[in-house]
Write a protein that binds this ligand. Structure first.
Ligand code: PEP
Ligand code: MN
Length: 280
């Protein structure tokens, strides 16, 4: 399998054979790629300080290691809520600090990289931007970890080559995130490709996360797919949580309630133990 990731007879930087051992990424005392399966939770978008605080308090209480929340939202329609922008970044950083949780947020535009990096501990490249090579190149020059989501219709090779752009630029702190791909299926928003997790763990030393929220688009499927992700060897799970999903400004239909999240944490715990990992 490993010869899939060679170029001109040399191993690519993402290839497992290019380095000894798996890559571990440290974010404020939290290690991604180690024994712990890191759980990242929070709303799709930062909507207000109150909502984010309530969410953070509850998910932290259930064992989430990191807080997520989008300030720049890639929405299908230009008329949908686009995120709070800089104000959202400020709220996210403030709540993260108060709750002592590292924060993850998406950067959509290469012009915003420095601003986002000022407030976020981990920068996320969204599925729609996985092929944005100028963004990837610029993220190769920063000193913060990057979560690279798999593109909507990207092959595993294209996804790993996108990661290679960041590594080749000098930033080795890349976490891959499987978030479902487009298939002919209509009853789920995307098709969560867990075989990609197992394959990428074979091919690459990079840590891999799974986002079962976007991966299914259906709240009731998030917990079973989170369990399956942990069983398949994911190093992290990222889920959307909102105190009142019916009122959420984006992705409410796939957001867990804080109570649903707490149930998820209880259910993934024995799966993690069964595969020699831990959740907290
Ligand atoms: C998100 O995490 O809110 C998001 C927009 O994800 P994706 O890029 O995977 O659609
Ligand atoms: Mn979302």
């Amino acid at each position: 399998m490993n010869n899939l990731l060679t170029v001109q007879g040399r191993d690519m930087l993402v290839a497992k054979t290019s380095k000894k051992g798996g890559t571990c990424i440290e974010v404020k005392g939290c290690t991604i790629g180690g024994e712990q399966v890191v759980v990242v939770a929070g709303p799709c978008a930062v909507e207000s300080e109150e909502i984010l605080k309530e969410t953070a308090f509850k998910v932290r209480g259930s064992g989430a290691a990191m807080l997520r929340g989008g300030a720049y939202k890639p929405r299908t329609s230009p008329y949908s809520f686009q995120g709070l922008g800089k104000q959202g970044l400020k709220i996210l950083a403030k709540v993260g600090e108060e709750m002592n949780m590292p924060v993850v947020t998406e950067v959509m535009d290469s012009e915003d990289i420095n601003l986002v990096a000022e407030y976020a501990d981990v920068l996320q490249v969204g599925a729609r931007n996985m092929h944005n090579f100028s963004l990837l190149r610029k993220l190769g020059k920063i000193e913060k970890p990057v979560i690279l989501k798999r593109g909507l219709s990207a092959t595993i090779e294209e996804w790993l080559l996108a990661a290679e752009y960041i590594l080749a630029g000098g930033n080795s702190q890349v976490i891959l995130c499987e978030r479902g791909i487009r298939t002919s299926e209509r009853w789920t928003r995307n098709t969560l490709d867990l075989s990609a997790v197992a394959l990428v763990k074979e091919l690459s030393h990079l840590p891999v996360m799974v986002d079962p929220s976007h991966g299914t688009g259906v709240r009731s499927l998030v917990v079973p797919m989170a369990k399956a992700a942990v069983g398949a060897g994911a190093d992290g799970v990222m889920v959307e949580v909102h105190p009142n999903p019916e009122q959420a400004l984006s992705d409410g239909q796939q957001s867990l309630t804080p109570r649903g999240f707490s149930l998820m944490m209880r259910e993934i715990d024995p799966v993690a133990r069964a595969v020699g990992r831990r959740i907290r």
